[in-house]
Design a protein around this ligand. Structure first.
Ligand SMILES: [Zn+2]
Length: 83
């Protein structure tokens, strides 16, 4: 699984990736596997993250797209990977 910032970025990256092109050739030639599928998934809704504050242990609501959020105790939390 891989992730990009947007659909067009994903399509551009895959299109110019030699390993992907060679893998698709193998799949399409019938030399690999008996079935398969490729997809580009787009999130329907990305909810807030709820990282735990290292200072006090509380969960802190971190809005989708935000890099950091402040905790009521004065601590701070940072976004992590959604995958
Ligand atoms: Zn805290």
């Amino acid at each position: 699984m891989t992730a990009w910032t947007g659909t067009q970025e994903a399509l551009a990256a895959v299109g110019r990736n030699r390993a992907h092109t060679e893998g698709m050739s193998r799949v399409l030639s019938g030399a690999m596997g008996s079935n398969g599928v490729t997809t580009v998934w787009v999130p329907y809704r990305i909810n807030d993250q709820l990282p735990r504050c290292a200072a006090c242990g509380r969960k802190v609501r971190l809005p989708a797209g935000a890099a950091t959020a402040d905790c009521a105790c004065g601590g701070s939390v940072a976004a992590t990977s959604y995958i």
